[in-house]
Design a protein around this ligand. Structure first.
Ligand SMILES: [Zn+2]
Ligand SMILES: [Zn+2]
Length: 801
């Protein structure tokens, strides 16, 4: 690592944090200094009416930034546009300006704002209300809006703030009550649109097509304005999400203070052992607590991002414990921030952090936070948040005042985190992943076409909106089911009940399993049926808004999980056994050296057979067996096969593995590949699964499968196939750069392995991946790799290693 000594506040803070670490035991793997950026401002556009410009001036915006004007002017001229810039770059103004200008100059026009979370919608409403532009009457319409108020909003508000859930269940099914609003709809704002990825993204993409169709039914074709964190190829993502051609504005002209970014790998502990006796690292949360405490002692206002709500509370608690020994007053200036807080509590906490009354806050993810928390002295990111877009959004909360700030990324024991702290370029110099979603997935498309038909009859012309061929196939099924009838003019919903209530846009689309507190009968939440055995099996610890429950019983027939309030010291992780069969191979690349790479449809059969109880330190208490039914899933997978000659051959290029080592080598390569796919597709390792076998009956060879975890797939396997070479290179690197002797959670162990992480052969996995990559490269791999690089936005360096 290159240890530079610069005198900025960021590196001074880092020195303080490192002060207690013994010489030679530095957890740092890399330190980078990101320079300051000056502001680029612009004049207010001529089209913006005076009252709107004065409203912005009255809240302190004297001149807008260039990117705000560029995006706003496109939207004003009627072009669909996505603004993809960093945190605190004023994306709100870019849509407020054209929307408020239109609502001011056309006294009847209306606008709709969509946020992925209720909290963000409420924040944005407050910002628009503060501007006080006359005649707009902005209002929230979400699940919390009292029914008396709903009538007022429908009748009078000209700018309605809502979320996809409410649009799906509350607004579109009742569109006739919103007829006036839809007829005059001029703008649709889609905020934080990078949150719409995977299956949720596919749902929202179809929901927006339903919205466009209903608006068109009333004669309106609104302009879409999207705001996103920086993502690669935003125009394509926005196009896939809305189905419309969108211009992209990406040049960020907001000012930014210098930042020191430190990559940090917690040490392996001697005293604890995990599964199969593997070494355990100090947990990222515990490490973050210590760093947070050190920064608070320095008087630095610090935000620590932790992956789970429980983790956030433990981190705050840990920091307070350290501080109590130094100064009881300081301990009281650290808090945890969690979902489930009332809006007032949330804002009070945000205000005290802004004022410096609170110095340290541990929180879960950025979307739950108010947009105005920024300009902090330090940010600690404990565990990679899943996408680079989220990482930079979290990091962007630090440093705006030109004084320099510190960002510390603490790796969790996970192969992706290991890879990132050892490959700083992949964090610092890599374009952010493109958002992956697949609106053509028939499992998602079906329920939305049913909803669409129930909203307004589907004419042949409408079908183009949903993808003509896929939509026709799905409609044939709905006709066969008797819920839709085809007439000369189109398709009509004929079932008595409307489909909306049974379609969950945050899951697979199927009927949900209800999680109910047994004592009180209170409904705590719902779980996707496909995930029920995973998340709410008997004995599972279930978290709801920061409170902990333990599951007593799961009844899959009635779709009911009964729980009671309890907060044990352990967490639970389920274990399953999985079998996979190939239904159809869609694409196959056969390389002469003994490797084939395929993309296709598969049938995955899985059964949760038990769960592990684990302490926060990572220590495993025990394995509890379970008796639950099998589940089968039709989805998409990417797989590669390896010939026996290549596996066993000792000639140059062969893996040289004894047959007894092959299962462990493939299994380890599979686990690490699942861990690294999120580097290329915007998925979580829990969204995908894998199977490896020394001889698969459908391929006739040693095979490693990685499959989508949702019916029909969400585009993740497709992405893995397109990025196969850089993905496998990164997988190999993550395994090779872990300094454990024979495999640990940071490289080849998986937290969800059905086989209890047995057998695993770390060195064997590197040998297999080297052999496979050697064969692919031999077969024109360099050229192949470069093509893939463009497709994935990956740097060429990754494929030439
Ligand atoms: Zn390891
Ligand atoms: Zn496994």
């Amino acid at each position: 690592m290159g240890k530079q000594r610069v005198t900025g506040r960021g590196s001074r803070l880092l020195d303080r944090v490192l002060a207690g670490v013994p010489e030679g035991e530095s957890p740092l793997t890399h330190v980078a200094e990101l320079p300051e950026r000056d502001a680029g401002t612009a004049d207010w556009p001529e089209w913006a009416p005076d009252p709107v410009v004065s409203a912005f001036r009255s809240v302190g915006v004297t001149r807008p930034w260039q990117h705000q004007v560029a995006a706003a002017s496109r939207a004003w001229s009627g072009q669909h546009v996505i603004l993809a810039t960093g945190t605190a770059s004023g994306k709100s103004l870019a849509y407020q300006l054209p929307v408020l200008s239109r609502l001011t100059s056309e006294r009847r026009a209306t606008a709709l704002y969509l946020a992925p979370t209720k909290a963000l919608g409420v924040d944005q409403l407050a910002a628009v209300t503060r501007l006080g532009v006359e005649g707009v009457r902005p209002a929230v319409f979400d699940g919390d809006t009292p029914s008396a108020e709903r009538d007022w909003v429908r009748a009078h508000s000209r700018w309605v703030f809502t979320n996809p859930d409410m649009l799906h269940r509350g607004i579109l099914p009742a569109h006739s009550r919103w007829a006036t609003f839809f007829r005059r709809l001029a703008f649709v704002v889609v905020d934080e649109c990078h949150a719409y990825r995977g299956v949720f993204g596919s749902h929202v993409a179809l929901l927006l097509r339903r919205l466009r169709r209903v608006a068109r039914g009333y004669g309106a074709s609104p302009v879409f304005v999207l705001a996103s964190a920086t993502v690669s190829d935003p125009a394509t993502s926005a196009g896939r999400l809305t189905g419309l051609e969108c211009a992209a504005v990406t040049e960020d002209a907001s000012p930014r203070g210098a930042r020191t970014v430190a990559l940090w790998e917690p040490p392996l502990l001697d005293e604890l052992a995990g599964e199969q006796g593997a070494p355990v690292r100090r947990s990222a949360g515990a490490e973050a607590a210590r760093i947070l405490a050190d920064l608070v002692v320095e008087g630095a206002r610090t935000l620590a991002f932790v992956r789970s709500r429980r983790g956030a509370e433990l981190t705050a608690l840990g920091a307070r414990r350290v501080l109590a020994e130094v100064d009881g007053g300081l301990a009281r200036r650290v808090a945890a921030y969690r979902a489930g807080f009332l809006p007032e509590e949330r804002r009070a906490l945000e205000r005290s952090l802004a004022s410096g009354e609170l110095l340290g806050v541990a929180t879960t993810n950025a979307l739950e936070l108010g947009v105005d928390i920024c300009g902090l002295d330090a940010v600690v990111v404990a565990g990679y948040p899943g996408t680079l877009a989220s990482f930079w959004q979290q990091a962007g909360r630090a440093g705006r005042d030109g004084d320099g700030a510190l960002v510390v990324f603490v790796a969790r024991d996970d192969p992706l985190d290991t890879y990132l702290v050892h490959h700083p370029d992949a964090v610092l110099n890599r374009p952010v992943e493109a958002t992956v979603l697949d609106p053509a997935n028939p499992y998602v498309l079906g329920p939305h076409l049913a909803c669409a038909a129930a909203e307004l009859p589907l004419t042949p012309r409408c079908l183009a909106l949903f993808g003509e061929a896929e939509a026709r196939a799905v409609l044939d099924d709905l006709v066969a089911d008797g819920v839709v009838r085809q007439r000369a003019t189109g398709w009509y919903w004929v079932a008595r009940e409307r489909p909306h209530a049974s379609v969950s846009i945050r899951g697979s689309g199927a009927e949900q399993v209800c999680v109910v507190e047994a004592d009180t009968g209170r409904l705590l939440g719902t779980v996707d049926p496909g995930a029920a055995c995973w998340q709410v099996h008997p004995g599972a610890v279930y978290l709801h808004q920061g409170s902990s429950y333990v599951v007593d019983a799961l009844d899959l027939t009635d779709g009911l999980a009964l729980v009671h309030a309890e907060d044990p010291e352990w967490s639970t992780s389920p274990r399953d056994v999985v079998d996979i069969s190939v239904v159809r191979t869609l694409t196959k690349q056969k390389h002469p050296g003994g490797v084939s790479a395929c993309l296709g449809e598969v049938e995955v059969t899985s059964q949760v057979v038990g769960y592990l109880r684990r302490l926060p330190s990572g220590e495993v208490l025990d394995h509890v067996p379970l008796d639950l039914p099998e589940r089968s899933l039709r989805t998409r997978a990417v797989w590669y096969t390896v010939s026996d000659e290549l596996l066993h051959g000792s000639a140059p290029g062969g893996a040289g593995l004894d047959p007894a080592r092959v299962p462990g080598a493939l299994h380890a390569a599979e686990h690490a590949a699942i861990g690294l796919l999120p580097l290329f597709a915007t998925c979580d390792r829990w969204d995908i699964g894998g199977v490896s076998t020394a001889l698969h009956e459908d391929t006739g060879e040693a095979t490693v499968f990685v499959h989508d975890g949702h019916p029909g797939g969400a585009g993740f396997a497709d992405r893995g196939f397109a990025a196969l070479v850089p993905w496998l290179v990164a997988t190999r690197e993550a395994i090779a750069s872990c300094d454990c002797p024979a495999g640990c959670p940071s490289c080849v162990q998986s937290p969800k392995c059905g086989n209890g992480n047995e057998p695993l052969d770390k060195a064997g996995a590197v040998a297999v991946l080297d052999a496979v990559l050697g064969v692919i490269r031999e077969d024109g791999g360099v050229q192949h790799g470069r093509v893939l690089d463009q497709a994935t936005g990956e740097r060429c360096a990754l494929t030439s290693g």
